[in-house]
Design a protein around this ligand. Structure first.
Ligand SMILES: Cc1cc2nc3c(=O)[nH]c(=O)nc-3n(C[C@H](O)[C@H](O)[C@H](O)COP(=O)(O)O)c2cc1C
Length: 243
């Protein structure tokens, strides 16, 4: 993977070197007046993991969907308040049933007592790496509708949509997130002092990706294992589930 820089228009994007050699067309699509004398190759800033984790898809999906993945190795680099605000705003633009927006986020920065307390609720499979994240986020959902107090059965669905917006926006900023369901639920709700009507959906570790060598096993191997997905024929059906 290389960074490609168009010197004439001062724009920059990632490109796969092999694609550049065989297909020149995509670059002129990004930058219509681009001629190749204005393109220079720079050394990649992507970690090995980021290259390995890039989704190899059967169909042309959005680049940012290919780039998002659940990282475990995090740099000791803070995420700015502006970046966090951008992520939470991205989350807020998710669709929700009756525009209820039942999601809430409670976050803590690495180094704070709140971060330490949340980190201590994580399962042994998560704590060793998540304690190095820049931010830990508790993804919360309001169980009931604000106007009538009735149970909102779409609260978790909507919160999941918001989380995915957040993760994709993060990936676009070079920040990787890792959703975690592995934590001590009772301990976490106590630490977060959640009222009855607010449910803890999951925790999310966020940070800038570091090299896999910083992780101990088995996490190191997971950091460099390619991602895989079921093929469409196993979960997409037309007309009936029982052809
Ligand atoms: C609700 C939920 C809970 C998860 N819990 C954990 C967890 O506790 N620990 C972990 O390492 N990964 C966890 N994951 C991450 C998944 O393992 C990961 O998304 C999946 O393997 C696909 O990998 P990818 O996100 O890199 O594409 C969780 C993901 C979701 C959506």
């Amino acid at each position: 993977m290389y960074n490609v820089r168009c010197t004439k228009y001062n724009v920059k994007w990632y490109a796969d070197f092999r694609i550049k050699i065989t297909k020149k067309q995509p670059y002129s699509t990004f930058c219509p007046k681009l001629v190749f004398t204005h393109v220079v190759m720079e050394n990649s800033t992507m970690t090995d993991s980021q290259e390995i984790k890039l989704a190899q898809t059967q169909n042309p999906v959005l680049d940012i969907i290919r780039k998002r993945w659940s990282a475990r190795s995090f740099k000791p680099q803070a995420i700015s308040q502006q970046e966090l605000d951008t992520l939470f705003e991205a989350a807020s633009w998710a669709p929700s049933s009756m525009n209820e927006q039942p999601w809430m986020y409670l976050y803590a920065l690495n180094g704070s007592p709140a971060f330490e307390a949340i980190s201590n609720t994580l399962s042994p499979g998560n704590q060793p790496w998540a304690k190095n994240a820049a931010v830990l986020i508790a993804s919360l959902a309001r169980r009931t509708h604000a106007n009538n107090g009735m149970i909102n059965k779409y609260a978790w669905y909507d919160t999941g949509s918001a989380n995915q917006n957040l993760l994709l926006q993060a990936a676009s900023l070079g920040i990787l997130g890792h959703v975690m369901g592995g934590f001590h639920y009772d301990k976490a709700t106590e630490v977060l002092q959640l009222p009855e009507e607010i449910e803890l959906v999951c925790l999310i570790a966020l940070g800038y990706n570091d090299v896999p060598e910083n992780l101990e096993e088995p996490f190191r191997t997971r950091e460099i294992t390619p991602r895989s997905r079921r093929t469409l024929d196993t979960f997409v059906f037309q007309d009936t589930l029982n052809p």
